[in-house]
Unconditional design. Structure first.
Length: 477
């Protein structure tokens, strides 16, 4: 069909959707069709692998609107409903959306008629897609597996009702930015390596691992956030349908938690809700307080909380992620292999570690026991955020002029949000108290590399430390 032409009354079109969730493609195709005045009953919307060309021989070459064609009207409300409804598994969704868009051209208020069957249907689709996304956010549970190179990898299995996987990739990327993970689903999979999100085709339940030590963590976490005072069993079951229980380790706890809820509620009332905390006034007070801190489940891990080391008034504060195996045993930060690498790089840059205050974003060693070995586990964003209180308290007392964050967890501990190393490296970020935050890689990252990749990263690390040294000299001048 050539530009400028109005379609003939008998012409019909088959729009082949490249993927079941490609709203942008639907939107573009729908706009062209409307501008060429193709009525809804002349269009079939066909999903990949699907049939559904009502006319059997519909043309796949869509009409091209003329340059002067009237703009297509679509209210914000319509676009927001349509974006979600397009992800529903109902095969009629694209036809419904096109019909509504067509009707909107003549009647911009069509969405206001709540009795209209098309309006009711699009609202239903929108609601069930939002609900499905909410379930995915709440019920994806990662299990730890060991990757071929020995590094930590997390895998989750989830069964969405609708085509919501790709639309929710950003949510999981932000929440689990520091972990390497895959979310496997029968509608396609997501894979995140800390830098790049990849997608792959559908998976089966048997592709995902069952049970592992991370489950214990989830269980104790769930018990600790379960609030008996807010317990409404009916609402809980509707929020957490039994369908999802088989993938959720903490579901096994629910009967006992419900049974014990009354007693815990009484306890909570007696103890009062969490006390309002005052900031500790000395490093010693922080040291004592973190030893008893039970604000998150990893406080139960390891031998002890590891306090920062250094003096009040140190100009430089160096922040790592969390103590490792050796730090947990020694009770001091950065004494293991990562610490040795850090010491030698600081030495080469001319930075005196003993004049700095060295600490971690998270004060406890989080690990998974594998035989006799304790394997490091990356803290989750929630755990880093919980421990921020202590890091901020240390900063308020030490008052460094420069803070050097080693890696993404440390950066999150200081900024309260996830940032990618690439986006913040090489230039300072002003903190609210006037200190400068510099972010570089974590030395453990260098330890995991070898060959040219290690040399390249070591050079970037050295360059970052040299910049920090120069800036320290400027500030001290
Ligand atoms: N890695 C860290 O982030 N901190 C330590 O103290 C040791 C290893």
């Amino acid at each position: 069909m050539t530009a400028m032409q109005r379609t003939s009354l008998t012409e019909h079109y088959a729009v082949h959707m490249p993927t079941p969730d490609d709203f942008a493609f639907w939107r573009e195709s729908a706009r062209d069709l409307i501008q060429c005045e193709v009525p809804p009953d002349r269009v079939s919307w066909i999903e990949p692998g699907g049939t559904g060309d009502l006319f059997g021989s519909g043309s796949s070459a869509l009409p091209e609107p003329s340059k002067g064609a009237k703009p297509v009207r679509a209210s914000k409300r319509f676009l927001s409903l349509a974006r979600n409804a397009a992800l529903h598994s109902d095969p009629q969704r694209f036809a419904l959306l096109y019909r509504l868009l067509w009707r909107l051209q003549a009647n911009p208020r069509v969405l206001e008629d709540k009795t209209d069957p098309d309006v009711r249907r699009v609202e239903e689709l929108d609601k069930s897609v939002r609900r499905d996304s909410h379930k995915m956010h709440a019920f994806v549970r990662f299990r730890q597996v060991e990757a071929e190179d020995g590094s930590e990898y997390y895998v989750a299995w989830f069964e969405p009702d609708h085509h919501i996987v790709r639309a929710n990739a950003g949510f999981f990327m932000r929440r689990f930015a520091n972990m390497n993970w895959s979310i496997l689903t029968p509608r396609g999979c997501l894979h995140w390596d800390g830098e790049i999100m990849r997608e792959s085709g559908p998976a089966q339940r048997s592709d995902a691992p069952d049970g592992d030590p991370v489950e214990d963590l989830w269980k104790s976490y769930y018990s600790s956030i379960f609030n008996p005072a807010r317990l409404k069993v009916g609402a809980m079951l509707s929020e957490m349908p039994k369908k999802y229980w088989k993938n959720m380790p903490e579901a096994a706890l629910i009967p006992d938690l419900i049974a014990g809820a009354q007693a815990r509620e009484a306890q909570m009332v007696a103890a009062g809700e969490r006390q309002i905390r005052e900031r500790p006034e000395s490093l010693e007070a922080i040291h004592d307080a973190i030893a008893n801190c039970r604000d998150c489940p990893i406080a139960e891990c390891g031998t002890r909380a590891v306090m920062g080391e250094g003096s009040v008034g140190a100009h430089l504060m160096i922040v790592g992620e969390q103590p490792g195996d050796q730090e947990d045993v020694a009770g001091r930060p950065f004494v293991g292999p990562a610490g040795q690498l850090l010491d030698s790089a600081l030495g080469e840059a001319g930075i005196d570690r003993s004049a700095a205050y060295v600490t971690n974003a998270v004060k406890h060693f989080k690990f998974a026991q594998r035989g006799k070995r304790r394997l490091h586990q990356t803290p989750m964003a929630k755990e880093i955020d919980t421990c921020r209180w202590w890091l901020e308290s240390e900063r308020a007392i030490v008052r460094p002029r420069i803070v050097l964050a080693l890696g993404a967890s440390a950066a999150r501990g200081l900024l309260g949000k996830t940032v990618s190393l690439k986006s913040v490296r090489g230039a300072p970020i002003a903190l609210e108290d006037g200190a400068e935050l510099w972010v570089t890689a974590h030395p453990s990252y260098l330890l995991r590399l070898d060959g040219a990749a290690r040399e390249e990263q070591a050079a970037l690390f050295a360059a970052d430390l040299t910049r920090v040294k120069a800036r320290l000299a400027e500030l001290q001048a």
